[in-house]
Ligand binder design. Structure first.
Ligand code: FES
Ligand code: FES
Length: 169
């Protein structure tokens, strides 16, 4: 089947079998290798991307279900070769080590900060509770999200907000 959708603002289309997951379609067929698959059962969150403005497990969606939708992967967060503030915060506050969970963590954190510009530690921990990290102990991720939230409040128009903005309804 042919699937046509938008990835990181670019219209793309490719053929795939109806059973192809969105994760495999993005990573293997379209080359967005920032999409990581861990458990393939909707448990670990590593495959999380933004679908029409809301985070979704791309291992639990079929590519054909994303027909006509707008997807944001981690490749779409940096603009003009510049990391966005949330990505910088993860780097500066040691929010990533092996980096395997990072794309899903970033998608989740972007959604959180879009909806809640000043989350508490507990709210950050609740937001990322569906994303498993084997490396960081989570405190550094919480620190990074808090730092990015401060930066976002100081610069409310930066890409952290615009990249995952929900489409107008
Ligand atoms: S790979 Fe999708 S939730 Fe684990
Ligand atoms: S940084 Fe390694 S799994 Fe999170």
């Amino acid at each position: 089947m042919k699937v046509s959708l938008t990835v990181n603002g670019e219209p793309v289309s490719a053929s795939c079998e109806p059973r192809r997951t969105l994760a495999d379609f993005l990573r293997h067929d379209l080359g967005y290798t920032g999409v990581h698959v861990g458990c393939e059962h909707g448990v670990c969150g590593s495959c999380t991307v933004t679908v029409d403005g809301a985070t979704a497990r791309s291992c639990c969606m079929l590519a054909v279900q994303a027909e006509g939708m707008a997807i944001i992967t981690i490749e779409g967060l940096a603009a003009g070769g510049e990391l966005d503030p949330l990505q910088k915060a993860f780097r500066e506050h040691h929010g990533l080590q092996c980096g395997f969970c990072t794309p899903g963590m970033l998608a989740t954190a972007h959604e959180l900060l879009r909806d809640d510009p000043d989350p508490t530690d507990a709210e950050i921990r609740a937001a990322i509770s569906g994303n498993l990290c084997r490396c960081t102990g989570y405190q550094f991720i919480v620190d990074a999200v808090k730092a990015a939230a401060r930066d976002r409040r100081a610069q409310p128009t930066h890409r952290c907000e615009s990249a995952v903005n929900r489409p107008a309804t």
